[in-house]
Design a protein around this ligand. Structure first.
Ligand code: ZN
Ligand code: ZN
Length: 173
């Protein structure tokens, strides 16, 4: 696995070169569960700083550093003033980063663009149910009995109730 701290440090140094003023990131997290998101930026409840999480998939040694870094910078841009969404301000800064630092930061990036071969990773199932108690996801390719009537079944891990869940594509960061 890549050295997350080192990647963060490099990104901060690179951003400093552009003069972009990013916010105060108090927490950096590796998200081991996210399949649909590459990264996420959250304002911490006291509004004094941000928490950024990056998908563990991007920290795999087989993935180019640039992919992990572009996601880190994508999220860092969300900490800038007026940049919580992908509006005009965020786009302006993304343009600066892309042209000055040679990135290709966009609103949405596919797995292929990140240098991740989907065949080697978890395939996104068509149907899914989720345990209400422990959160375990049961994925199915077909509309099985379990998918049709999740309430008739119980979680194999904890015995909790199940509910329908969706696992559709489209990775937003
Ligand atoms: Zn469960
Ligand atoms: Zn974003």
């Amino acid at each position: 696995m890549k050295d997350f701290d080192k990647l963060i440090e490099t990104c901060l140094l690179e951003l400093d070169k552009t003069g972009i003023k990013y916010g105060n990131v108090i927490k950096w997290k590796i998200n081991t569960r996210a399949k649909k998101r590459w990264g996420q930026c959250r304002v911490l409840p006291d509004e004094k700083g941000f928490e950024i999480s990056i998908s563990k998939r991007l920290l795999d040694d087989n993935v180019p550093d640039k992919s992990a870094k572009s996601t880190i910078i994508h999220e860092l841009l969300h900490t800038c003033k007026g940049c919580r969404d992908h509006g005009t301000e965020w786009k302006k800064l993304a343009y600066v980063v892309n042209s000055e630092l040679g990135y290709n930061i966009k609103r949405c990036t596919s797995a292929a663009e990140q240098g991740i071969c989907e065949e080697n990773t978890v395939k996104q199932a068509k149907y899914a149910v989720r345990c209400l108690k422990c959160g375990k996801i049961y994925e199915r390719e077909r509309k099985s009995k379990l998918i049709k009537n999740p309430h008739r079944y119980r979680c194999g891990v904890c015995g909790g109730k199940l509910e329908a869940a969706f696992s559709s594509g489209g990775k937003k960061t």
